[in-house]
Design a protein around this ligand. Sequence first.
Ligand SMILES: NC(=O)C1=CN([C@@H]2O[C@H](COP(=O)(O)OP(=O)(O)OC[C@H]3O[C@@H](n4cnc5c(N)ncnc54)[C@H](OP(=O)(O)O)[C@@H]3O)[C@@H](O)[C@H]2O)C=CC1
Ligand SMILES: CCCCCCCCCCCCCCCC(=O)[C@@H](N)CO
Length: 326
Amino acid sequence: MSYSLVDQVVLITGGSQGLGKQFAKKYYEEGRNCKIIIVSRSEQKLLKAISDITYYPLPDIDNNQFLLSVPKDSISTREINESGNELYYFPSDLGSYKGVANLFSILAEKSLLPTQIISCAGGSVPKLFVELTREELEAGIDVNYKTTLYVSHFAAQFIPSCHLILFSSVTAFYPFIGYSQYAPLKGSVKALASILRQELPYMRISVVYPGNFQSEGYELENMTKPEITKTMEGASQPITCEECCDKIIWWLKYGYDDITTDFIGWFLMSLDMGLNKHNNKSPLWFLQLLLGAITNLTAVPVHMLICSFQIRSWFKKNEDRRASSD
Ligand SMILES: NC(=O)C1=CN([C@@H]2O[C@H](COP(=O)(O)OP(=O)(O)OC[C@H]3O[C@@H](n4cnc5c(N)ncnc54)[C@H](OP(=O)(O)O)[C@@H]3O)[C@@H](O)[C@H]2O)C=CC1
Ligand SMILES: CCCCCCCCCCCCCCCC(=O)[C@@H](N)CO
């Protein structure tokens, strides 16, 4: 199943901001005959995204010509731009099974079952584990795992075949201090994809493992991110959403299904090249495996020693600071 921006019905979860919005913009501007449906919880954010992408001023979209669900039979089929791309939005909490069920029944009813799904909804609250609240822990599971799990489940049940593009994170290869609310769920997305590839061989299933990129979510996570987490992820300098989106599209067109967005991400994936990595189309596949095997035996143990030293001294420094402020 080759990747293209032509004649597609693309469902973009988390399409109201950040990378999801960037993908919507890409299809709208560079696609041909595409129907683009962006979904997120907040209608306000979705409207703002529509306005940013189409350059329609906000008051003009108040008549809801872009809204997918209501009023039911007045869905606009007007070609919105000269390339025949149509943009719709649908507010829904995809962390709820009912929310996803409702979305898919409307898509089916409107003959808009997707040919591509970009499952971009996600986000992290980086903090030390003991400092996380119950709400934050639950949001981590809902936003990062349930959205992807439920959308994949409905796609498997209702769509004969489609290209599923799931968003994990480099932290799935390397979970580290500060990401307890997030990395385990991104690891779950990776495991889910491995199983779905075996159970749904007629679907194309791609997994993206991004490193840092600038987005509204990234700005927000940096407000709670512990210093030690910032230090440890320093090698992944944030790129722009535009660059991130273009890189992902490049790899998808090239036929890759395990995709990273920076060199450190690619390198960390090489350390994780064991079972169920589907990069066989890459001429670099064997080299990457070999590099990973050698590094796992040599540099990784040294790196882990340095890390535990760094973490211990960070805790010590913080304790000293706490003790002196008491
Ligand atoms: N930025 C980064 O550095 C990295 C990001 N990633 C991953 O890439 C993806 C995109 O990231 P980014 O652009 O930064 O994300 P943002 O946090 O900027 O945007 C997240 C989007 O998801 C939507 N969303 C959140 N929860 C739900 C829900 N329950 N149901 C429906 N929509 C929801 C939000 O809208 P609303 O609030 O309206 O629901 C928003 O549109 C995410 O999966 C993220 O985890 C991975 C590695 C690095
Ligand atoms: C020999 C071994 C060398 C190892 C080097 C280690 C470098 C670690 C880089 C980790 C980058 C993590 C980015 C997280 C992005 C993300 O998912 C968040 N922004 C959440 O949104």
